[in-house]
Write a protein that binds this ligand. Sequence first.
Ligand code: ADP
Length: 172
Amino acid sequence: MDVRIEPGDITAIAVDAIVNAANSSLMGGGGVDGAIHRRGGPAILQECRRLRERQLPDGLPAGQAIATTAGDLPARWVIHTVGPVHSTSEDRSDTLISCYRESLRVAVAVGARSVSFPLISAGVYGWPIDDAARIAVQTVTSMATRIEGTVTEVVLVPFGERAEAAFRAHLS
Ligand code: ADP
């Protein structure tokens, strides 16, 4: 499995599966979530609503992941995961690690070959960029040697210079 960095808007990068830093409601939001729903169109929200009704009455818990259609995006699936809100009183790193692991598991389950990730929890959820990038890179690269299945390419997508520098520092 190859891990690379491609800065910019995640909705413009063609991969099989785009990971969304969603919130538990799966009903859309700001940041990367808003960009994905805007560019992907209403089909994504429609499927999220169905998932809420049929499987997830209380929403998607932090650290878990679930796939929907990607609508009009240049991808086949959006994999929604919910990052932990950063806390200074409690270490929630395991939940953030779980976001990357579970998203990759779902990617394998649907048969995706390439998967892109934003810097989960590093926006509205307040995670320090450098620490979020370290967790992202460590988790994805450690899965790269163990993962069995279809995924051959992981694209880490920093949005902004600080995120890009952090990803590059930890990947090298
Ligand atoms: P969270 O609630 O998990 O913190 P956010 O969407 O607020 O999610 O932020 C997660 C990361 O996604 C941040 O680093 C933010 O800069 C980045 N981001 C925002 N828009 C985009 C986009 N269009 N493409 C890629 N990354 C984005």
